[in-house]
Design a protein around this ligand. Structure first.
Ligand code: MG
Ligand code: ZN
Length: 188
């Protein structure tokens, strides 16, 4: 029997890489991972997690940049995140008013990854800086973790009903929480 696949899904902007809230990133030269990303991913990798990124990129639907530019940003980001490996990046290109079914917190993109990679949601985590990330995580059966970087602090205050499993000050603290939480809840 093969071991169940456990995953951490990450939001991109404001979670893995710096974001100026209210702005849209389309220039690969401006990609800046948070300092704690390297150690966080190393810890989680050691514990056997696979990594994915689920991102809302409404800047495409709003006409601010193209899918090609997003892919260039991702290429740069993957280079900067090495030696960590991201298995796959999925994103919603639609503007909110397009009423698609793939914009977080809608679960479609997450469910697709779960199916494709045979991920066990009960062993997996979603990390992001917005209410939509927390709700998305919960909707796909993952344990949701909020990072209070970028929009996180504000959303934590603004949406008291959001209730992430943890609000962590940065990605490394989120990773430490995940390890502790998994030990407490999923120990064999
Ligand atoms: Mg974000
Ligand atoms: Zn969409």
């Amino acid at each position: 029997m093969t071991a169940p696949v456990k995953a951490v899904f990450f939001d991109r902007d404001g979670t893995l890489i710096h974001e100026k809230p209210g702005t849209y990133l389309s220039d690969p030269a401006k990609v800046r991972p948070y300092k704690s990303v390297g150690p966080a991913l190393a810890l989680l990798k050691k514990a056997g997690y696979k990594f994915f990124i689920v991102s809302n990129q409404s800047g495409i639907g709003r006409g601010y940049f193209t899918e090609k530019e997003v892919n260039a940003v991702h290429e740069r980001m993957l280079k900067l995140l090495k030696p960590a490996v991201i298995e796959e990046i999925v994103f919603c290109p639609h503007a909110p008013d397009e009423k698609c079914n793939c914009r977080k917190p809608a679960p479609a993109l997450g469910l697709k990854l779960i199916k494709k990679y045979h991920i066990n949601p009960a062993l997996s985590y979603m990390v992001g800086d917005k209410k939509a990330d927390v709700e998305f995580g919960r909707a796909i059966g993952f344990t949701p973790v909020l990072v209070t970087t970028a929009n996180g602090k504000n959303h934590l205050k603004k949406y008291p009903d959001m209730r992430p499993a943890k609000a962590a000050s940065n990605l490394l603290n989120a990773a430490r929480f995940i390890l502790k939480h998994a030990e407490r809840n999923h120990a064999a």
